[in-house]
Design a protein around this ligand. Structure first.
Ligand SMILES: C[S@@+](CC[C@H](N)C(=O)[O-])C[C@H]1O[C@@H](n2cnc3c(N)ncnc32)[C@H](O)[C@@H]1O
Length: 255
């Protein structure tokens, strides 16, 4: 998949709030996607990202799926993980604003890595519980150190594969962020398994929908799933919204 071509197609099709007739989506767009609001923790989290990019400690990593970016050996510098695997500032801050706007009770993240996106989600509201799953034990340990550094107490970090952790999950989540194992059929299977854990008006955020042709095909299939009423496409992320009172609609949004 040629990302430059895909980006051009996205830009040509993306629309702003004027294409959104539902008051719910109009407000969501203005508060979450268009808002220039900066929050108190953004600078600190970006300073941490910058420090991680300069952290040359080497750790042993295990590769658990497409998109882990650990190809080429089982040892990896923290700096490389920080540069290659974490959601960028732009999208991490979008996750924060989404969580800040929706005020979820519980969030589930598949793919903690060093925990930067987890921190963004957790710091959006100290009352929100964030459950985050990471299979690689050494990366999981690094993430826990980062949660400690920011004195974050509302994260439950689970060291397990998604395959092992999902059947053990309890309760429902208001936001689920799928950011690991970027393989189309695997993501479709995770989504299916997670449906029974979605709260009544839940959001599912799927990362890297244009990572590969099979991820894009999976996104197309997710969008058509009648289980969800709304889909929002912001190039890197695809967002599915469960909102039974809303008529079905699909939007490619400028972000
Ligand atoms: C893209 S990174 C997550 C980045 C993180 N969400 C952020 O933006 O800060 C994906 C992570 O998922 C983990 N992962 C991939 N497949 C997995 C699986 N099947 N089970 C558990 N963890 C997995 C990888 O080890 C990697 O650390």
């Amino acid at each position: 998949m040629n990302r430059a071509v895909e980006y051009l197609k996205y830009v040509l099709h993306a629309r702003n709030e004027h294409g959104l007739h539902s008051p719910f989506l109009f407000e969501l767009y203005n508060e979450v996607f268009k808002s220039p609001k900066q929050f108190y923790c953004f600078d600190e989290l970006e300073a941490k990202r910058a420090a991680l990019k300069k952290d040359h400690r080497i750790i042993k990593v295990s590769d658990f799926g497409a998109g882990s970016n650990y190809g080429g050996g089982s040892e990896r510098a923290i700096s490389k993980i920080a540069k290659q695997s974490l959601k960028s500032k732009k999208y991490a801050q979008l996750l924060f604003r989404l969580a800040h706007h929706l005020k979820p009770k519980r969030i589930l993240e598949l793919g903690t890595s060093l925990g930067l996106s987890t921190c963004y989600l957790a710091l959006s509201n100290s009352k929100t519980e964030v459950v985050s799953i990471e299979a690689c034990p050494n990366i999981h340990r690094e993430a826990k150190d980062i949660f400690k550094h920011f004195k974050i107490e509302n994260v439950k970090a689970i060291n397990a594969t998604f395959q092992d952790a999902l059947p053990e999950l309890k309760g429902r989540f208001d936001i689920i962020f799928i950011d690991g194992h970027h393989d189309g059929p695997a993501c479709l299977a995770y989504l299916e398994a997670l449906k029974k854990h979605l709260s009544q008006e839940a959001f599912v955020v799927v990362d890297d929908i244009r990572w590969s042709q099979d991820m894009f095909d999976a996104w197309m299939e997710m969008k058509q799933d009648p289980f969800f009423q709304v889909s929002l496409d912001v190039f890197e992320l695809g967002i599915l919204v469960l909102r039974p009172q809303q008529s079905r609609s699909h939007h490619i949004l400028r972000y």
